[in-house]
Ligand binder design. Structure first.
Ligand code: AMP
Ligand code: MN
Ligand code: MN
Ligand code: MN
Length: 284
């Protein structure tokens, strides 16, 4: 398969912090012309069977997916896994452990918000949660918009939920080596998600890509809803430099919140190897 394919290999359902069900996402992806799809919920594979079945019903090809939260150099990095076996026990247990600290973190976030005059944020966020094991900052953001504290979720993150802000609680996620291991152990491909979003120095970014490769990582998101057009070019160069395959995905979460809809991004640059070329035997 060439890079000229409407593949969307990054999005979220109600099983993590999206607002649509796997079936609604499949219908939307299909209506937008997506040919190859993956649902990549944060730290969860609970939606995979439904997504695969819905993809099939719409005539789309499907790859198993997840977006794993990792801590690298004291920052959170997201690793997208594609084409792995979602029933592999180490993957299941690893994701469960990664989800494990979210409840406590959410209560600490609520305490931070209460201290600046926003009470009951834990209960408020819970109303937006589809999966009790997966309470995320996005659910707090939706509550703060609903309560009128901010006009949109981007403003909430800027004012309350990012480093140094009252609702931010540092958290230790999975190790890079482990996340890449869970994915590659069953023949999946590990992909660095939206590298343009991280606040790394050039040296730290180099270390991330080098260590990722050393652990068996093989892909990087080049064309993503989280990148500017300039970053498509920048990370296409990084893919060439490190010999990584390229991925493409909207990172769609919600019709009301997301700037990039499923299946609407530009194609990958033609000279790059698309991740789906490495996953031909994994496509359902
Ligand atoms: P968590 O895993 O609980 O830390 O939440 C991370 C999620 O919050 C991401 O996957 C995005 O959906 C959302 N998010 C993170 N940073 C921002 C931001 N600056 N603006 C909007 N949404 C964000
Ligand atoms: Mn998210
Ligand atoms: Mn992400
Ligand atoms: Mn994402």
């Amino acid at each position: 398969m060439t890079s000229i394919l409407n593949a969307d290999l990054h999005c979220h359902s109600v099983v993590s912090d999206g607002t649509l069900t796997p079936e609604q996402l499949a219908a939307r992806a299909s209506a937008n012309g997506v040919e190859l799809w993956a649902l990549t919920d944060h730290d969860e594979v609970g939606g995979q069977q439904r997504a695969a079945a819905a993809a099939k019903a719409h005539g789309m090809k499907y790859l198993t997916g997840a977006e794993i939260s990792v801590t690298f150099a004291n920052e959170t990095v997201h690793i997208v896994g594609l084409g792995f076996d979602a029933n592999n026990p180490p993957m299941r247990q690893g994701l469960e452990a990664t989800r494990g600290g979210r409840g406590q973190r959410a209560m600490e976030m609520a305490a931070g918000l209460a201290a600046v005059g926003i009470p009951n944020a834990y209960e408020g966020a819970l109303k937006f949660v589809g999966n009790p094991e997966l309470i995320s900052r996005t659910h707090f953001a939706r509550f703060l918009v609903e309560s009128g504290a901010c006009t949109d979720t981007y403003e909430v993150f800027r004012k309350y939920l990012t480093e140094g802000k009252p609702g931010y609680v540092p958290h230790r996620w999975a190790a890079l080596k482990d996340a890449v291991g869970w994915i590659t152990q069953t023949g999946g491909i590990a992909v660095i998600a939206h590298p343009g979003r991280y606040k790394f120095t050039a040296n730290e970014e180099y270390a991330l890509f080098s260590e990722f490769k050393a652990h068996g990582g093989r892909g990087v998101e080049v064309v993503t809803g989280s990148h500017t057009v300039a970053e498509y070019t920048e990370y296409a160069d990084v893919a060439r430099e490190f010999g990584l395959a390229a991925s493409r995905g909207s990172d769609f979460h919600s019709p009301l919140e997301s700037h990039t809809d499923l299946g609407t991004l530009p194609y990958l640059p033609k000279d790059l190897t698309p991740v789906w070329e490495l996953l031909a035997d994994r496509i359902q």
